[in-house]
Design a protein around this ligand. Sequence first.
Ligand SMILES: C[S@@+](CC[C@H](N)C(=O)[O-])C[C@H]1O[C@@H](n2cnc3c(N)ncnc32)[C@H](O)[C@@H]1O
Length: 265
Amino acid sequence: MRFDILTLFPQMFAPFLENGVTRRAFASGQVEVHLWNPRDFAEGNYRRVDDRPFGGGPGMVMLADPLQRCLDAAQQSRAQALPEEEAVPVVLFSPIGHTLHHGAVAQWAQGSGAILLCGRYEGIDQRFIDANVTHQISLGDFVLSGGELAALVLLDAITRLQPGVLNDAGSFQQDSFNPALDGLLDCPHYTRPEVWQGHSVPAPLLSGHHAHIERWRREQSLRLTAQQRPQLLQQARRQGRLTAQDEAFLRTLPAAPDDSDIAGH
Ligand SMILES: C[S@@+](CC[C@H](N)C(=O)[O-])C[C@H]1O[C@@H](n2cnc3c(N)ncnc32)[C@H](O)[C@@H]1O
């Protein structure tokens, strides 16, 4: 799997590539990352990569030409390294894209990678986007200063799904949104000490009884999902993923609020 990232700030990526559980995947080349700076493809003494917007208004716009030369170089390098690869996706991070979610991450994790474009300033000349971009991805309804954090988010989410990357094989399957967890939210977690500032670890987790622990975890997932993301619970129900035992437990809970009632939604 290979990612080619076009960014005016390649130095933002090094700390991420060298730290955390995913670093081995980058060091071994299981997930290859190639950084390309459009400034290296800009012309003139000032190596200009942006200019004022036609029509006026605040801010600057990334120039199409340096970006196109940079993208062409990344595509050529990729074609040489992966001659059998079909057209590589060109992803732009942008507030107008589809909001990233687990299903999309899981699909990207099955692929051979992509070229990722990190916008800056007011954005990129639309003609370059129209000519080259195949996918647009947003992190949510807010505006970042640049696409680098979004690229790092996608890279991290994809890399942790690669075989052998997490210390505990398959542990990602127990994470929130995963089909193995029926798309529900993860349960709460506890570690030593058994009592912290007067608060005990829930008794089932100390029971040593595997079935009781599993049931407690399932019920906590159901409770949290019902409280925080009722639509995920409805989706699991529609997909026939809730058992009669799950439904009986859910009936013991207070009525779930609408998604719109929940702080932060
Ligand atoms: C300051 S933003 C430009 C915002 C743009 N003028 C707008 O209002 O939609 C600069 C760059 O940050 C990235 N960016 C900003 N918000 C984002 C988001 N929610 N998701 C993904 N990328 C984002 C994009 O690459 C964008 O080109």
